[in-house]
Design a protein around this ligand. Structure first.
Ligand code: VG1
Ligand code: CO
Length: 542
């Protein structure tokens, strides 16, 4: 029986950079998840008989919301829901499933790199038929709908068994439980030379992949250990846990420090990598070297043709604005376009659909291609392995050769977390107010060439997105970017992105903090960070 349940709006259901993220305690309020899911269905229009993909990163509250979403999909007229076994689908696997099964769209339950557990974070995101995150036009409409919603539709029915693959009926709808790994692993095998990677590994090449007790564990074990022959134990923390073992499933120097210790320690493996809560991020390390995500995008772009799936070359590259300009130099050398978009994968979708770009990347450990419409952690790992197998050189040598050809973009991001929201807003407002006066100002050895608030005009759908981050550009190509995070769940997170360029004939072996010291000081002078946040140091440096 379909029930129409009266409800009242919540005022805080505005999706951020990547869907709606809140504390679990917020999501556990009666009607909270239901309102957001119904608002999403309402803006989709006629979904009668359509297919929906559903899955999540397995964090606490995943199973409960999967059951609710299934009953609501049935009550809203969907014909079929394809759900990952156990309610699990990594974000890139969900994107692939939407495309493969020609679904109308998908719901992904994840708060990505945010911690999980009863007192931590949960999230819901809607992806459209191309497999990518809903564009702003849709997320804005969902938000508007949440503010006026007065009822939702749900089927009265018992829970579906999510652990047995196969089909079950739920009212007039079919629930199809699929293996969450197989289709995705097959896609990877179609893009990369698994034979060459197997030979590399069989020859003694050692790798360590830290799944951080998050969703990529089963994917990495299947692909790296079973299909590619890496030694058992190459995948560490491979069992997904609802609370990620109490850690942040965020692959960076702070939260993946065990991996960094291993890769910089004695007897380090040849290659190290990690992914995040929902499997869309990646970090790459070689023995004794960390490749910044911005550099990784550039190095992958320069070498992608070595993998079968990209042998025809790249149509173009897109990077988010705060990502370093390392990829720009590769695009220039390849004679292909480079697009600069706001932060968040949703801005890449149109460019990928139109065939304008093949590779995309963000400084926040996200890289991907036109094989799906999300960033993809294991995909980046496999492209690196394919390149290493063909070139037969260590990671550090590939990095040094890259810098010797293109020059090096020294890069870091400083995050100030849990800052008082009013203080953070005040900092950004004050900065915006002084933007018109900054050009020509000297700060220490640096001269400001230009300063603006980044706005993006989408060349495909003509939409405009403003206020996407303050940019301060210096003579010589150095840059500071400041913006507030759109994925946090408590207070504000200020992100300060710092970048300077060293030409190919310059000093390519500096320590990053030294190379960026002047910019770090300038950021504080310009934005008054210490004074306004009350913090002497960033909480996380990546
Ligand atoms: C962060 C990153 C952004 C990324 C987003 C979602 O957003 O900076 O590059 O696309 O997270 O990634 P923000 O607004 O907090 O800076 V994930 O892996 O959390 O889905
Ligand atoms: Co993620």
């Amino acid at each position: 029986m379909i029930r129409i349940v009266p409800t009242t709006p919540f005022s805080d259901q505005k999706p951020g950079t990547s869907g709606l993220r809140k504390k679990v305690v917020v999501f556990r309020q009666p009607h909270y998840a239901e309102n957001f899911i119904q608002a999403t269905f309402d803006v989709l229009g006629d979904v009668a008989g359509q297919t929906l993909v559903l899955g999540g990163d397995g964090r606490f509250w995943n199973r409960e919301v999967i059951q609710v979403a299934l009953r609501m999909a049935a009550a809203n007229g969907f014909g079929r829901v394809i759900v990952g076994q156990g309610g699990i689908l990594s974000t890139p696997a969900a994107s692939h499933a939407i495309r493969l099964y020609r679904a109308f769209g998908g719901i992904i339950l994840s708060a990505s790199h945010n911690p999980g557990g009863p007192n931590e974070d949960f999230g819901i995101k809607y992806n459209i038929a191309n497999g990518g995150p809903a564009p702003e036009k849709i997320t804005d409409a969902i938000h508007a709908r949440t503010l006026v919603i007065d009822s939702y539709r749900i089927l009265d029915a018992a829970d579906i068994d999510l652990d047995a693959p196969g089909e079950t009926r739920l009212g007039d709808m079919i629930v199809q439980v699929i293996d969450p790994v197989a289709d995705y692993a097959d896609l990877m095998e179609s893009l990369f030379d698994f034979g060459a990677i197997r030979t590399l590994i069989a020859g003694g090449f050692r790798l360590s992949f830290d799944a951080m007790h998050a969703v990529t564990g089963p994917y990495a074990v299947e692909i790296l250990e079973r299909r590619l022959g890496a030694a058992a134990g190459s995948v560490v923390n491979g069992t997904p846990l609802a609370d990620f073992g109490g850690h942040h499933p965020d692959p960076n120097m702070v939260h993946a420090h065990d991996l960094f210790d291993r890769m910089f320690g004695p007897d380090a493996p040849d290659f190290g990598a990690a992914s995040d809560g929902d499997g869309d991020r990646n970090i790459i390390l070689g023995r004794g070297i960390f490749i910044t995500p911005s550099d990784s995008l550039a190095m992958l772009a320069a070498n992608a043709h070595l993998a079968p799936g990209y042998a025809r070359g790249l149509a173009g590259i897109a990077r988010s604005m705060p990502t370093s300009a390392a990829a720009d130099r590769v695009a220039e050398a390849l004679g292909i376009p480079l697009h600069e978009t706001p932060t968040g994968w949703k801005f890449f979708g149109n460019l990928l659909d139109a065939g304008h770009v093949t590779l995309c990347g963000e400084e926040s450990a996200g890289t991907g291609s036109d094989h799906v419409r999300e960033k993809d952690g294991l995909w980046a790992v496999l492209l690196w392995l394919n390149i290493l197998a063909v070139r037969g050189e260590p990671v550090a040598q590939i990095a040094r050769a890259h810098w010797a050809r293109f020059g090096r973009n020294y890069y870091a991001r400083h995050d100030y977390e849990g800052v008082d929201s009013a203080a953070a807003d005040g900092l950004i407002t004050a900065l915006r107010d002084k933007l018109p006066t900054l050009a020509g100002t000297r700060i220490g050895n640096l001269i400001i060439a230009a300063a603006d608030d980044f706005a993006y005009h989408d060349p495909i759908d003509g939409s405009d997105s403003r206020h996407q981050g303050v940019r301060i550009l210096f003579d010589g190509g150095s840059r500071i970017v400041l913006r507030l995070s759109g994925t946090g769940t408590s207070g504000a997170t200020l992100r300060v992105y710092l970048e300077c360029y060293e030409p190919a004939d310059g000093d390519l072996g500096r320590a990053t903090p030294d190379a960026l010291a002047d910019l770090i000081a300038a950021a504080d002078t310009i934005a008054d960070i210490r004074q306004r946040t009350g913090r002497a140091q960033p909480d996380v440096v990546t």
